[in-house]
Design a protein around this ligand. Sequence first.
Ligand code: ASP
Length: 354
Amino acid sequence: MWSRRSWIAGAAAMPAAAQPGGAKNIVISSANGIACCNIAMAHMRANKDTLDAVIAGVNVNENDPNDDSVGYGGLPNEEGVVELDASVMHGPSRRAGSVASIRNIKNPSKVAKLVMTETDHIMLVGEGALRFAKSMGFAEENLLTEKSRLAWLAWKKSHLPNWTDGVDAPMALRRLFPEASDELLAYAWDRAKNPPTGTINCLALNAKGEMSGCTTTSGLAWKIPGRVGDSPIIGAGLYVDQDVGAAGSTGRGEENIRVAGAHSIVENMRHGMSPKDAVLDVLKRISRNFNDDKARLTKFDINFYALRKDGAYAGGSLWNGQLRRTGFVSRQFAVNDGSGNSRLENCVYLYERK
Ligand code: ASP
């Protein structure tokens, strides 16, 4: 008898055309995914499914309290609550799953996979997503670390009239957090003043030509509760077509949703564009939405990652470069082609920040 499980297993068992000319495993991700790509590659070497490989990879970031853009330790919404979004797509079975605005669950990527494999739905949100995760055996935990709580309080004090008493420097935070190090206070102040975006997207292709992808995030820091970005939106934060390739995104989700970025990139590749040109084309569409006005475009960053079925890949950004305390650094993305440790490669870009 037909069942969802047998259908998925059947689809997964279908042979995929191998990459022409030297098939190999390839994993790419956003720049915060050096360790993620190493783990994903190790799983593929051990003949694990590509989706399990990318999920194992992004779990590193979800579990890392120091990655403040993903999972545990992610920066919270404006009420101080961490809300996570994640999506998965499995090329061989041509299926997808996602969760949005899920609270108290550290690994939304795993929940997204269970939405895909255990339900007849694609997306669960908020309270329903949490209840589903609990029914699948996930334990609720507090995802707010002391570091992210401090950054949230710094933001609150600097932006909300009722919380402001002339606070305009990290020194004032010292009264609230007498034990915190200077470095931690500087971090909190920086995050409050420059609300960061951040996410991990990871795409994989194995030597059999099978592809999968995952995107997971805590979304925009200090967002309105319930705000959902692009990451869990199939076709925006992630898209995989087993016949063509895969794409994903990090950065300002609102702009990506407006161009259905990941899907548009895959369609560009379907019509013959290289991953690099496919990404640049979608970045141009985003620019066009602002009449190419650089004064407005400079207020945000957005990045795409593309991996074609034949193993060609690219990362691309609207802007080259970002200002860090250490100076100007190029936009990069992580790659592991099975030849050793993951490395960072430079993104192609549309505009250059001076
Ligand atoms: N794309 C994510 C979002 O908009 C955030 C990010 O990648 O920085 O939620």
